[in-house]
Design a protein around this ligand. Structure first.
Ligand code: ADP
Length: 625
């Protein structure tokens, strides 16, 4: 009921009592009922209402007495009126007192509402009698929903111990603290720190229980995550096959800070002050090492390490200076390679990564990850040995190729010598020997012999790794010499050779004999391809400028051409389709041309001959306009 309602009922009752008092012969006895009107007014919880009601009722008592009785001497109605006034007075006092204590309690309850903790009061039976704002917000039940409920059932609280034992301890000491789990109205599980206090009445009997609960769900979750992370780290630390060393570099930072002089080149300073570096190595304290690291260093436990890194690094270690510079520069990672000295004095090659914490407060947690690279070193050594063997084998193979090429290259002048010799003999054996022709053929023999000797010399130079000749060559002259050398051979096979060379071609830089050999090879191959075949046998050698940097020479024949299947292998050493052939000619040609900075390729239409394309860079100094 509202305040106005209570006031109205109080006034109505007072009026009814007054009327009964005045109109009936009860003579003041009924006036005691004014007490009820005061109690009704007290329900408004307003001090003023109580005082007004008390004043009103007293006035009505006196008025009724005066209306019914004169001011007589001390009669019994007078006494009854006085008794009524006394009852009104006493009731008013009690009600005011009660009001004051209720106001005080309400103020205290408002204070409890300010708390960030969930606070509720329950009686010994567990029924909730007070429920603060935070409890409303966190648990989700309003005051009206919570009051009168069984706390444990409402919150579905689960305790770390038996409930009876907890209650017994509460009765025993008057307090209980512990961590419990509760559920909100929405069903969420909360972890809360509970603090209970038992209230005693004035007789010392246990009464209500004040339960204060702090929600620690997030804190516990964060803590659990931290614990899990620590476990994970431990597992990695212990199970990793990579060596891990935990170090404390805080003293090292202080030592480096004391060095900080403007413009100091730290690396230079450290190189010049090995004593400081040795001191610094002792300042880098080891706080823990994992089992993999213990194994790597030949230690039986981590205790053997708990000292500093000085012992682990050899006398000639350079990596620590680099690490110090990286640390001083504020880098977060540093990688390096060094040799670790095992406890038995043996050295182990290792790769390491240091992680420095980003802020100086973390300097006590520098982590060094170490990988033993002994096996990798072995593998590297084995690889180097294998490479050396391979190179040796390749050289042996090259020598084989070279012997083959000597045989191939010398074969052609030898054949020419034999041809010229036979011709000379024929001229001699005539009835009248033609000495002029004999002299010419002997001249050919001598020229081819010289050529063979020059070829051998060139190949020997090549074997000795002497650089090839780098002469300025008129390519027209080289072509002339080459064609002269093969002229007889081609003529023997009825092959017509045509040379179409542009006038004034720029010179090329290179080795005259080698380039001659290339052209001789291509021309001889062309002749051999057409030998014994019906139809016209022609070879055309063309030379001209391809672009501002390159000369192009082509050798085209009218032979059978090249089988497309053979094209990819044509320039491979030992590829031949000739009986008794060696398959070295084209391989040597290509190598020679490439050594001169040019290229050699072939195009062919089977049945219509082959065209070998040769390009050579010409000397820029002499480039024609
Ligand atoms: P060889 O002359 O000892 O066989 P080459 O390396 O000079 O070695 O030639 C390899 C092969 O290329 C020859 O066996 C031949 O079948 C083919 N060949 C070279 N030139 C021509 C050409 N002008 N026409 C057709 N085939 C050719």
């Amino acid at each position: 009921m509202s305040r106005v309602g209570w006031r109205l009922w109080s006034a109505v009752l007072a009026f009814v009592v007054f009327m009964i008092d005045v109109l009936t012969p009860l003579e003041g006895a009924v006036a005691v009922l004014y007490v009820v009107a005061i109690l009704l007014a007290a329900r408004t919880n307003r001090r003023n209402d109580i005082i007004v009601a008390a004043g009103g009722c007293s006035t009505l008592t006196i008025v009724a007495f005066l209306l019914s009785h004169d001011l007589e001497a001390f009669t019994s109605p007078t006494l009854r009126a006085l008794m009524s006034l006394a009852a009104i007075g006493i009731t008013t006092l009690l009600v005011l007192q009660n009001h004051a204590s209720t106001t005080r309690l309400a103020a205290q309850a408002r204070l409890l509402n300010l708390s960030h903790d969930m606070i509720f009061v329950r009686d010994r039976g567990g029924i909730i009698t007070f429920w603060n704002n935070t409890a409303e917000q966190t648990y989700g039940w309003s005051v009206d929903e919570a009051l009168g409920q069984l706390a444990d059932r409402l919150l579905r609280t689960s305790y770390p111990d038996r409930r009876e034992a907890i209650e017994a301890s509460l009765l025993d000491t008057g307090r209980w603290e512990g961590r419990v789990q509760q559920r909100t109205k929405a069903g969420a599980v909360l972890t809360v720190d509970a603090r209970w206090a038992l209230q005693y009445d004035h007789l010392g009997k246990p009464g209500a229980v004040l339960e204060t609960h702090t929600d620690v769900t997030d804190r516990v979750a964060a803590h659990n995550a931290l614990v899990q992370s620590e476990h994970r780290y431990r597992r990695m630390f212990d199970a990793s096959r990579i060596g891990v060393v935990e170090e404390d570099w805080s003293e090292l930072r202080a030592a480096l800070d004391s060095l900080r002089i403007e413009g100091l080149d730290l690396r230079d300073h450290l190189t010049k002050n090995p004593d400081f570096v040795a001191h610094a190595r002792r300042l880098a304290r080891i706080t823990d090492v994992n089992p993999a690291m213990q194994k790597m260093a030949g230690a039986s436990g981590s205790a053997a390490f708990i000292e500093n890194v000085h012992r682990l690094l050899g006398d000639h270690d350079r990596s620590f200076v680099d690490a110090l510079v990286a640390f001083a520069k504020g880098q977060q990672f540093h990688e390096g390679e060094t040799e670790l000295v095992r406890l038995d004095g043996r050295k182990v090659p290792v790769l390491f990564t240091i992680t420095f914490p980003p802020d100086p407060d973390g300097d006590h947690n520098v982590l060094v990850f170490v990988v033993d690279i002994t096996e990798r070193r072995h593998a590297q050594d084995a690889l180097l040995a294998a490479q050396a063997e391979l190179a040796h084998a390749a050289r042996v193979a090259t020598l084989g190729e070279l012997s083959a090429s000597i045989a191939h290259e010398v074969n052609q002048p030898l054949a020419a010598i034999v041809t010229s010799g036979e011709a000379g003999l024929r001229w001699l054996r005539r009835d009248v020997p033609d000495l002029k022709e004999v002299a010419t053929t002997i001249g050919h023999v001598v020229a081819q012999g010289r050529r063979a000797s020059e070829i051998v010399t060139r190949i020997r130079t090549f074997l000795k790794k002497a650089p090839p000749q780098q002469d300025m060559l008129e390519i027209g002259e080289v072509i002339e010499e080459a064609t002269a050398l093969v002229a007889r051979e081609l003529a023997k096979d009825d092959v017509a050779l045509t040379v179409e060379a542009q006038q004034g071609l720029p010179p090329v830089r290179g080795d005259r004999i080698q380039l001659q050999q290339v052209l001789v090879n291509l021309l001889v191959n062309a002749g051999q391809a057409m030998s014994g075949r019906p139809g016209s046998r022609t070879v055309t050698l063309r030379a001209g400028i391809l672009d501002s940097e390159t000369l192009a020479i082509t050798v085209q024949d009218s032979g059978p051409g090249i089988n497309p299947d053979d094209l990819p292998r044509l320039f491979d050493p030992f590829f031949t389709r000739k009986e008794g052939g060696m398959g070295m000619g084209l391989a040597i040609c290509r190598t020679t041309v490439e050594a001169h900075g040019g290229q050699l390729s072939v195009t062919s239409t089977p049945g219509s001959g082959a065209i070998f394309h040769l390009t050579l860079p010409h000397s820029k100094q002499h480039t024609l306009p």
